[in-house]
Every structure is written in C-alpha cells, then in structure tokens.
Design a protein around this ligand. Structure first.
Ligand SMILES: Nc1nc2c(ncn2[C@@H]2O[C@H](COP(=O)(O)OP(=O)(O)OP(=O)(O)O)[C@@H](O)[C@H]2O)c(=O)[nH]1
Length: 383
C-alpha cells in the first residue's frame, strides 16, 4: 500500500492569541489536548499523527505556544496542543469562546507516574469553564504513562481519579458532563485505542459503519473486523463483537507490516514470502501478491491494496484497501477463507457502501461550503 505525503498530509500552523481562521475550515471537529507541563501531550500527538518512535519523545522540547494542526484524513479535524503552563481562561490573552466554541473533544492528559492532585484541580477547573462555554464538548481523560505501573496499581489509580473527578463535579451540580477515562501509554497500543474511541465519537456515520461491518462479518465468516485510518492507525469503526486487545494489536501491526513491505518493494512487488518474526512465529507467512493472484497485495494505490497473513494458529489476517485513507483489516479462520470468492464479493459490496456513505458526507460538506461562501459574499457586499 502506498501513501504519499500529499494523501496523508498534515499541515501545522502555530498560533498565539490571534486565532484567525478560515471560516470554512474552522468548522472541522477539534481535539484540544490539555494537561499540566510534561504530562505527555506533545508526545501523544507526535506518536499518533507523526509516527514518531515513543523513545524519541524523550528529546521533545517543552511547548511554549498553542500548536494547531489540521489532520486531513477520512474526517478532517484539528488537533490543538496547549502548553502546560498557560492559563487559557485568561481572557486578556486568549479568547476562550474561540478555543472552546467548536464541536469536538477536550483531551485532558494526567501523568499517572506523578502526584496527580494538582492535575485533578486543573482538570476540574477546565471542565467547569469549558462546559460553561460549550455544552457539546466531550471530555476525555487520559491517565497517561501507565507503562510503569503494575496492573493492580493501574486499576486503583483509574478508580481513584474517576471517583475524585466525578465527586467534585457532582458537588457543583455537573454530574451529567460527558466524561470518559482511559489508561494510556505511548509505549504500547493503548494510546491508539484511546484515540480511536475519542475520534469515533466525532463521526456521525459511526452507527452506519458498524452496521456495515456487522453485515460483512456475519456473511463472510469473519471473527473481527476493523476499519482503520491507515496513516494514524486509529480505527474508526469495528463490528459489535467485543474488542480484545490482542486482536486489535495484531490487526494494527499488520498495517505496519504491509506499509513496510510496500515501501521496500513498491508497485513491482510480485510475490514474497517472508518469515514473520513479528510474533515470534517462524511459520507465519505474509503473502503479498500482485494483481494476478486470487488474493494479494497491489501496492500501487491504497484503494486496491490487498494482503493476507496466515498465522500458525489456524487464523488468517486479511487486509483490503477501502479508499485512499481507509483499510479494512479482518481476522478469520483459515477454513472460512476457503470461500474467498464470496468474501471478495462481499468486500466489494462493503467498499461500495462505504463510498456511498462518504459521498453523502462530501456532498453535504460541499453544500455547507457553498452556503458559507454565499453568506460571506453577502457580508462582504453588505460591508
Ligand atoms: N513512560 C512514559 N513517558 C512518557 C509517555 N508519554 C510521554 N512521556 C515522556 O514525558 C515527557 C514529557 O512529554 P511531552 O510530550 O514533552 O509533555 P507535554 O505535556 O507536551 O509538555 P509541555 O510541552 O511542557 O506542556 C517526555 O520525556 C516523554 O518522553 C508515556 O506514555 N510513558
């Protein structure tokens, strides 16, 4: 699967208090990443959206102004990284109506390896003020850097943070604020899984996507299917069977394997069998075929990408490109894969349905844009 800078481009801009925006772009959903200094905000953003290796974040400089980034993907959204030390409710410097006014989510990062009392105070203040500005904002608390904690301690920490936060909010009459808690670390898949859940809340088409995945799984003998945003490895939807972390990890790793192979062999790839050391299993094989095969990888366009990894436990991992941003990764029994003609047919129907869902979305965005332009034209003429 190929991906170019262009296709998955990230545009970064830096802003101070002058949040001057393109009125059309301004309406993309916004992810605000906040928390105390050194809690890990920039690291999270670099690892998820820039493929930075987790240990390289050790050398990140402290952020000293708000960094705004447009993520161009299956849904266009903005990520705003806030420096830990600023007071974004200081009305003389920051316009909190602009910062909190948009549709989106506020991610609050708490360093779980540190004493978190101050962070909880800050979280409380932030939720209070941001909720006052925008009742539709969802609050996502990342209890972060949990890689150094034992399983038992992780659970206790989550329980304690959750309890204190909800109690304090209930004391001021805010028991119904939408607040979710996640245990995260950049050293494993937990940060991608948490981001997936946050992003899914911003996708109005989620129930339709889940429904399509359920139908595909039921009719193709698929155990579990994820629809991934290839660039970030965030999954934007999965079928309604429970997500087991190991399955998610192996599906997500498959994307890396395929991208790495594509980068090495490019579109000339014909057939490779690679001993897959990824899972310590020398019988696991990755097959990346050219278009001629019944199934395989065509690496020239992400849309056509298809690949198969046979695991030695009788399961098969199967990847199919859906469009230039999305890929479907499924896990199924190899017996069921014998009917791969049927699976291919079902997949084509699924791909078509996804295209229609996003075409509808594109058309309504276009209509909004036209209406926006007409409105701003009217304003200009009037002025
Ligand atoms: N162990 C561990 N360390 C982490 C994790 N995430 C970030 N860090 C480390 O935490 C330190 C601070 O990370 P930053 O991303 O710079 O923190 P920040 O919140 O952006 O800091 P400011 O820009 O000062 O607000 C770095 O040394 C990271 O390597 C994690 O999940 N686990």
């Amino acid at each position: 699967m190929s991906h170019s800078e262009d296709e998955y481009s990230l545009h970064t801009s830096h802003i101070g208090n002058d949040v001057s925006e393109d009125p059309v772009q301004d309406h993309r959903p916004r992810l605000l990443i906040m928390g105390l200094r050194r809690s890990g905000k920039s690291s999270i953003q670099k690892v998820v959206f820039h493929k930075m290796a987790a240990n390289e974040t050790l050398f990140l400089e402290s952020t000293n102004k708000i960094i705004k980034e447009n993520i161009t993907s299956f849904i266009d959204f903005q990520v705003w990284d806030f420096p830990g030390q600023i007071d974004y409710f200081d009305t003389a410097t920051y316009d909190s109506d602009v910062i909190f006014g948009e549709y989106g989510a506020l991610i609050f990062v708490i360093d779980a390896q540190d004493d978190y009392i101050e962070a909880l105070n800050r979280l409380h203040q932030t939720v209070l003020r941001a909720h006052e500005k925008n009742k539709n904002l969802t609050f996502e608390v990342f209890i972060h850097k949990v890689d150094a904690l034992s399983d038992e301690f992780k659970i206790d920490t989550q329980r304690d943070i959750q309890q204190r936060t909800t109690d304090e909010l209930a004391d001021v009459g805010l028991e119904n604020v939408p607040l979710s808690f996640y245990l995260t670390s950049i050293y494993d898949h937990s940060i991608f899984e948490a981001f997936s859940k946050v992003i899914q809340k911003l996708i109005p088409q989620l129930p339709t996507l889940e429904n399509l995945l359920n139908i595909l799984c039921a009719n193709s003998g698929i155990e579990k299917a994820f629809l991934f945003d290839v660039n970030s490895k965030i999954y934007i939807a999965t079928d309604s069977s429970p997500v087991d972390m190991q399955t998610y990890e192996i599906c997500s790793d498959m994307i890396d394997v395929i991208i790495d192979i594509s980068e090495i062999y490019g579109r000339t790839t014909s057939f490779h069998q690679i001993n897959d050391e990824l899972y310590g299993d020398d019988q696991t094989q990755v097959e990346t075929n050219g278009k001629a095969g019944n199934y395989g990888t065509t690496t020239d366009t992400a849309n056509d990408a298809a690949s198969l990894i046979k695991l030695n436990n009788g399961m098969v991992l199967c990847l199919r490109g859906v469009n230039r941003f999305l890929a479907l990764v499924c896990l199924l029994r190899s017996d069921n894969f014998e009917k791969h003609g049927l699976i291919d047919y079902n997949f084509q129907c699924f791909k078509q349905a996804i295209a229609e869902v996003f075409e509808l979305k594109r058309r309504s965005a276009e209509r909004l844009r036209h209406e926006g332009m007409r409105l701003s034209g009217d304003v200009n003429e009037g002025g």
